[in-house]
Ligand binder design. Structure first.
Ligand code: ZN
Length: 133
């Protein structure tokens, strides 16, 4: 794994969360992008080498809506950048980690992504991501 690419935060509503994070991080949101397959709207902030990704549900029954209902707003996942996502998925699977998707899928911000089941990672949802070439 190369670095922490971003930290994903589940928020109820962008209208209040984006201005708040702009103030907190003292940097403008540089991109918002809907990921239809995940029923989520994303907003990105650069912070040095890493990013903050805000996640807002576009569906009252989507994964982020259900996460907030169960745990409240807050940190949703940590994303690690990898140079070869397939090789890393294979390595982690061989180590006994459970992948939530067997094939890399198209994520936000021009990335191939794969999530690991949090039951094997002390409750932390881990995302692998590789820049699309
Ligand atoms: Zn993410």
């Amino acid at each position: 794994m190369l670095k922490i690419e971003h930290i994903g935060m589940a928020v109820k509503d962008f209208a209040s969360a984006i201005p708040l994070f702009e103030k907190l991080l003292n940097t403008p949101c540089y991109k918002t992008e809907v990921v239809k397959s995940e029923q989520v709207n994303t907003a990105f902030f650069r912070q040095g080498e890493s990013k903050i990704e805000l996640l807002e549900s576009t569906d009252p029954y989507g994964v982020i809506a259900r996460f907030i209902e169960k745990k409240g707003e807050g940190i949703h996942h940590i994303a690690f950048e990898v140079s070869d996502i397939r090789a890393e998925m294979k390595r982690l699977q061989a180590e006994g980690f459970v992948l939530l998707n067997e094939e890399p899928k198209k994520g936000a911000d021009n990335k191939w992504v794969c999530f690991l089941h949090p039951k094997n990672t002390n409750g932390v949802l881990v995302e692998l991501c590789e820049e699309m070439k």
